[in-house]
Write a protein that binds this ligand. Structure first.
Ligand code: GN1
Ligand code: MG
Length: 375
């Protein structure tokens, strides 16, 4: 049974229904089911009696302590697109962006219920998504989705977006937090995987400031970014396979486009996925990187600088390393940030990302050459 089909306990389901109906939907809720595989928020697919679908989410306020800023950014992105025609896609369908549904009583666009932050978003109908890239065509669509997204928001002034998650993707800050954890609790000396991770991080400290230094030196500048463009956040038209949306707008905020490009390639070019059980299956697949980066640049090249392009190979290595470091740190901290199914889950996820980093490092000249060729 997939997460999407799991029944919800009756009392919890009634509560969720009441929450969904606090928003201005045209008909009562007739169905509710968990949706997707997010590591941070709780997400449900809501079906109203008139057949309309919505996405209900409980924002994890331990991660996003100021929900009003997150919702404000999503609303701001929507307003930015309001005055324009949505891009028409090859299959005739238009590009879509999830929108916040307002509360029924006119009290804004999110609900504070017993200290929990809830929102309802429009559903992008007739789409599918996958946790891993299926083939080169899918890879290209994932790249195009990020390129389209950047193209649509690159002229939204950063000053109009709040910093909803301070330090997000600022690798030196994750390293500093990790060092504190090490000092406080250390790693379990009997755990070989933890000792491996500790050594792995120590050997790569020189990589950590690469993007932030370029920003400080004025080589890179801040732009609005998505923050989490992983493969399963790209929705594909059910029939044509064309990307029609990039969802999960929680981390839209000012940042470096390299965070997004690095994260997209990190997520998309590892066909074994983030939850790979067999580390030997983890690899950075250049055959997927080519169409994904090519698809991205088809749309994004016009507004990228030389420095933006030059730092793409660094970003791929750094963001993969960073996510490994974040998983390993959360393991040391007792699994407080990412949802886990068992106590070693974050440690296993860290090993996957570090294996991916090794694969990226082994192919550095080829990645460099590919970026040169496609730019
Ligand atoms: C988290 O919750 P989800 O799956 O959308 C995380 C991302 C990671 C991702 C790894 C706010 O995203 O940064 O890349 O897990 N989001 C946040 O799967 O930390
Ligand atoms: Mg996310």
């Amino acid at each position: 049974m997939s997460a999407q089909d799991q029944p919800t306990a009756p009392a919890a389901a009634e509560r969720l229904k009441a929450i969904a109906e606090a928003f201005a939907i045209a008909a009562p809720v007739r169905g509710l089911a968990p949706l997707g595989s997010g590591n941070v928020n709780d997400t449900y697919r809501v079906e109203a009696a008139d057949g309309a679908l919505y996405v209900l989410q409980r924002l994890n306020t331990a991660v996003f302590p100021r929900p009003e800023l997150v919702m404000g950014n999503i609303a701001r992105v929507g307003e930015h697109l309001d005055g324009r025609n949505a891009p028409r896609l090859r299959g005739g369908r238009s590009w879509e962006m999830p929108r916040l549904v307002p509360l029924r009583d006119g009290g804004g666009d999110w609900l504070d219920k017993d200290g929990e932050a809830w929102r309802l978003l429009t559903h992008i109908d007739d789409t599918v998504s996958h946790d891993t890239v299926q083939d080169a065509g899918h890879a290209r669509e994932v790249g195009r989705a990020l390129g389209r997204f950047h193209l649509l928001i690159h002229d939204l002034p950063c000053g109009q977006l709040a910093d909803t998650l301070e330090g997000f993707h600022v690798t030196p800050r994750y390293l500093a937090a990790y060092r504190e954890l090490l000092e406080r609790s250390g790693v379990d000396p009997t755990c070989e995987a933890s000792r491996f991770c500790q050594t792995f991080v120590a050997e790569r400290e020189e990589l950590v400031p690469a993007l932030e230094q370029a920003r400080e030196q004025g080589r890179l500048r801040e732009r609005p970014i998505h923050g989490d463009p992983k493969v399963n956040n790209v929705l594909l038209d059910r029939h044509s396979g064309e990307a029609v949306a990039l969802v999960d707008l929680d981390t839209v905020k000012p940042g470096l486009v390299q965070y997004d490009i690095g994260d997209c390639l990190r997520s998309g070019c590892n066909p074994a996925g983030e939850e790979a059980a067999d580390l030997n299956a983890v690899t950075f697949d250049l055959g997927l990187c080519r169409p994904m980066l090519g698809g991205y640049l088809e749309l994004a090249r016009p507004f990228l600088s030389q420095a933006d392009l030059e730092l793409i190979p660094t970003a791929v290595r750094l963001i993969s390393f960073e996510l490994g470091l974040r998983f390993f740190s959360d393991h040391l901290a007792g699994n407080r940030y990412f949802k886990c199914r068992h106590p070693r889950h974050n440690l296993e996820r860290a090993l996957v990302q570090f294996r991916l980093v090794e694969s990226i490092e082994a192919q550095e000249p080829e990645i460099q050459a590919l970026v040169e060729e496609l730019r």
